[in-house]
Write a protein that binds this ligand. Structure first.
Ligand SMILES: [Ca+2]
Length: 301
């Protein structure tokens, strides 16, 4: 049965069709959910923090997915796209090109008890900002303000974002439209945390929104103080969160832990060839320090 109606039944500006009940046993997914949490926020300013359905690639294609929307922090409209819990042995964020997680564990935006990411290319292309949240001592399941730090920067050119893996040993180093793109400066926005870093300059690969090291790892999402994004002048400041790409080119006999293909821009891509889900050396970078353990998440708006 198809039920046409307003999103959440309370407003009429954003029409969403559902089949079946919205909640509880037998609840079915919306047929045409909004693309991002920001779309929901714009249509329904009173929308709550918590789980919402979005459909980043629009009708057809991939099914809508339920994720956590922060509708309050810094004006709200943030879509949770990636998280990793507070665990000493699981630091790596999964990749946002195809989305991924450990086999069988699924995407769990309200629990965040294991690393997982959703396919975020379309969300990034519809966004202007990317934010990095960190809590140093425990696992966070709430909104961005529940973390101890929230650092963001404007996405240099949203339409070019592919989240292609950018490890030098992953075969993705081209600076053309299929590669990780040029290393470009961004300015930090401190939403919560060390306010003295507001406006500080950091560097990120334009297409993958990350940085890497001169050999093969660490590699991850975010931006660092290294002006060529490959560690040539040191990487000591973030925000920069280690990703599953850390394994590219290293320990191939044991690190073939994660590999996934998906369609990006009509082409089949392999997101990570020899990724591994952990990296226990320097963990995560904040604007003023590295070697940080803790739970982290990435949000787009
Ligand atoms: Ca879809």
């Amino acid at each position: 049965m198809e039920v046409g109606g307003a999103y959440a039944g309370a407003h009429s500006r954003l029409q969403v069709s559902y089949e079946g009940p919205l909640r509880g046993a037998g609840a079915l997914r919306p047929l045409n959910a909004p693309k991002t949490c920001l779309d929901i926020k714009k249509a329904f300013p009173q929308a709550h923090d918590g789980l919402h359905y979005i459909d980043p690639d629009g009708p057809g294609g991939n099914a809508p997915i339920e994720t956590y929307c922060d509708m309050t922090t810094d004006g709200g409209g943030w879509t949770l796209v990636n998280y990793s819990p507070h665990r000493p042995d699981w630091h790596g964020l999964f990749d946002m090109q195809c989305g991924g997680n450990l086999a069988g564990q699924g995407w769990d935006p309200s629990g965040r008890g294991f690393p997982a990411a959703i396919r975020a290319v379309e969300i990034a292309q519809a966004s202007k900002e990317i934010a990095f949240t960190h809590h140093g001592t425990r696992n966070i399941t709430g909104n961005m303000n529940a973390y101890t730090s929230v650092y963001a920067f404007n996405i240099p050119d949203p339409k070019l974002v592919t989240f292609v893996p950018h490890s030098q040993h992953g075969g993705f180093t081209s600076t053309g439209t299929t590669g990780r793109g040029a290393c470009v400066p961004v300015k930090l926005k401190v939403i919560k945390g060390e306010k003295s870093y507001d406006g500080a300059t950091r560097y990120t690969f334009k297409h993958s929104l990350g940085a890497t090291w001169s050999d093969s790892y660490p590699t991850g999402y975010g931006a660092t103080n290294d002006s060529d994004c490959v560690g040539s002048s040191g990487m000591t400041q973030g925000p920069f969160f280690i990703s599953v790409h850390a394994g590219d080119g290293r320990g191939k006999s044991s690190a073939r832990f994660y590999s996934k293909t998906c369609e990006v821009g009509g082409k089949t891509v392999t997101s990570v060839k020899t990724g591994q889900p952990y990296y226990s050396h320097h963990a995560h970078w904040l604007p003023n320090k590295w070697d940080q353990n803790g739970s982290v998440a990435i949000w787009l708006r």
